[in-house]
Design a protein around this ligand. Structure first.
Ligand code: F6R
Length: 608
């Protein structure tokens, strides 16, 4: 994950910027840079590799200036070279950026057609040029940023520094966090309160779609419609704890909100964004063309990520997938062929049953690929290949961001298997990759529906049983919705494949039990809609999570409708995870439960 720092100071700021970037090192990065104003002119220093390289550059060629921005970059578009390191500059503006500009290829083509020359491979450079153009047209920096922001799609945070503007920094946030810190005659910007902890503990978090104009004495916030907005100042505990809740009541809420950023980062790790294709950050330990099946083993939510992957691998790679929960798999004594592929999935990388299953598969001569979040864990150390999820530390016991990052990594692996087996054409791969690139932006869109979801959760909190239904790849999501709800609210919930309704659970339908139906516009829509009608015909209380088309086709009374953005449905689980998690979270909060530490549960299950 990249890191952003901006300082409007009283003395030279370059050193302070590097120091606070150091506090963001834990997020991972591969190059860094700083820009300041010297005599009103933009000057930059950038370096490949770690911050010590940047510090060495600054020691050789110091930067004066009491205003500046800095960045640690985790390469997404383009290699981690000095040229691609941020800040990027154009016509009187320098910018640093976290996240992904989804439509950068279109914007780049448009700028090239207008004669703009690009010097880097990054998506960020389009932002510098778009703002630079506006400044050339005579706009003020604030007008230039306001005019440019609506052109960008995706999930990102930005900080701008302008030539000749000694008392102005601008920050913007859409789907990736950004905070303002207040000092004495100084002002700060940071992608994380932790970066600002040495300077201040008085923070304002930008809301999604906000941008802010900072001087040493003021912070003016604007919403996505460019209306002045009031944003509260909060005291943060970031200096005391490495991991901070930000302005969230619970870690789980923070982790739900972080998803556009960390999923974007994970997706970027598995794609060559510029070429529009999957590029796995490791060699597969097997020849995919020689495989006759893939085995997936995991526990709990990680198992449900694996169940989604089964749909993707079977469809994209035409490869049968056998999947089981690790506690069953490890004792089944299933025969396995040497040199087959076993995928294990684990956030912690320490789950006892998953580890034992992986050892069993290895003992059978299988090659093992582990999708893990903690890359120093036992599973990561013992597997043949680590497929990392870049979710950052997950503190809430109920898995949220680790799950969606697992889905992102698995989607890329499924596409890579498809290509290697000749089951996917380059054209289909390019389409799937652009769908993946759109996911962080769609997740940010889904998060905007939180207030409406919280209201529904209030009603849900009065239920004693809840049924979740879904078809196809939404079936594992129905299981995940039920799991999330039961583990933190303690409401009894079950997930079912919608087509199984008639084979038993339909007997439960009455006017009391909420039935939550997941219905993206996919190839199963028509069939899911008939199941919705079956529930309606029995007086069931339907909560539909779907897009406008799903609601129109259902054509029955919906007690509640959670409207999802229109999207290609292949990777819908990543986006539909958001309302599912928010429903569970707000239900548990409404019931006064301990959301981050639910009773009887542990974050890492290292015993059987
Ligand atoms: C549910 C949850 C658990 C874990 C499971 C596996 O929200 O968090 O079901 O998914 O215990 O844990 P890991 O992924 O660490 O192996």
């Amino acid at each position: 994950m990249c890191g952003i720092v901006g300082i409007l100071g009283q003395g030279p700021v370059a050193g302070q910027i590097v120091d606070s970037l150091k506090r963001l090192e834990y997020r991972g990065y591969d190059s860094a840079g700083v820009a300041t104003l010297e005599g009103g002119l933009l000057t930059r220093r950038r370096a490949q590799g770690k911050l010590k390289n940047l510090a060495a550059r600054l020691a050789e060629e110091p930067l004066a200036g009491s205003i500046g921005i800095g960045h640690t970059r985790w390469a997404t578009h383009g290699k981690p070279t000095e040229v691609n390191a941020h800040p990027h500059a154009s016509d009187g503006v320098a910018v640093v950026h976290n996240g992904i500009i989804e439509n950068f290829r279109e914007l780049r083509a448009e700028l090239i057609a207008r004669g703009v020359a690009f010097t880097t491979e990054t998506d960020t450079e389009v932002v510098a040029h778009l703002v630079g153009e506006q400044l050339q047209y005579g706009k003020t920096p604030k007008e230039a940023v306001a005019a440019m922001l609506p052109r960008l799609r995706g999930a990102f945070a930005l900080a701008f520094l302008f030539e000749g503007e000694e008392d102005l920094l601008i920050g913007a946030r859409q789907g990736a966090p950004l905070a303002v810190g207040y000092g004495e005659g100084e002002m700060y910007l940071g992608s994380d309160a932790l970066a600002l902890a040495p300077f201040t503990n008085l923070i304002t978090y930008l809301e999604d779609g906000d941008w802010v104009a900072l001087t040493r004495e003021s912070a003016e916030f604007y919403d996505a419609q460019n209306r002045l907005a009031n944003r509260a100042r909060v005291r943060t505990e970031a200096s005391a704890f490495l991991v901070d809740r930000g302005n969230h009541r619970h870690f789980m809420s923070k982790e739900i909100h972080e998803q556009p950023e960390v999923v974007g980062r994970t997706i970027a790790h598995y794609l060559d964004m510029s070429a529009g294709r999957v590029s796995l950050p490791f060699e597969l330990p097997v020849d995919p063309a020689a495989l006759d099946r893939v085995t997936i083993v995991a526990c709990g939510t990680a198992y449900l990520a694996g169940l989604c992957a089964k749909y993707w691998i079977e469809r994209f790679a035409r490869l049968p997938v056998e999947i089981d929960v690790a506690s069953e798999f490890r004792y089944r004594e299933t025969p396995m062929r040497p040199n087959g592929l076993t995928i294990v999935i684990s956030q912690s990388g320490e789950t006892a049953d998953t580890l034992a299953s992986m050892r069993y598969a290895k003992g059978e001569g299988q090659k093992t690929l582990a999708v893990v979040n903690v890359t120093t864990s036992t599973i990561a150390r013992e597997c043949d290949v680590v497929a990392p999820t870049l979710a950052g530390p997950e503190i809430g016991v109920a898995s949220t961001k680790a799950f969606t990052c697992q889905l992102a990594a698995l989607a890329a692996v499924a596409i890579a298997l498809g290509r290697a087996r000749g089951a996917l054409t380059a054209e289909v791969e390019a389409r799937l990759v652009s769908e993946l690139i759109a996911i962080p932006g769609l997740m940010a869109e889904a998060i905007k529906g939180e207030a409406a979801v919280a209201q529904i959760a209030h009603q849900l909190s009065r239920s004693s049983d809840v049924l979740y239904l879904g078809r196809g790849v939404s079936y594992p999501m129905a299981l995940e919705g039920a799991l999330k709800l039961k583990e933190i609210s303690y409401i009894h919930a079950e997930g079912y494949p919608a087509g199984e309704l008639k084979h038993g659970p339909i007997a439960l339908i009455d006017e009391k039990m909420p039935v939550i139906v997941l219905s993206p516009s996919d190839q199963w829509l028509e069939k899911t809609v008939s199941n919705v009608q079956e529930v309606a015909a029995r007086g069931g209380r339907i909560i539909l999570i779907g897009d406008a088309r799903a609601a129109a086709e259902a054509d029955v009374h919906l007690e509640k409708f959670i409207q999802m953005p229109d999207m290609a449905a292949d990777f819908a689980p990543l986006v539909y995870a958001v309302p599912i998690q928010m429903l569970a979270y707000h239900t548990a909060v409404a019931m006064g439960k301990d959301v981050d530490q639910p009773r009887n549960l542990a974050k890492s299950v290292t015993v059987e």
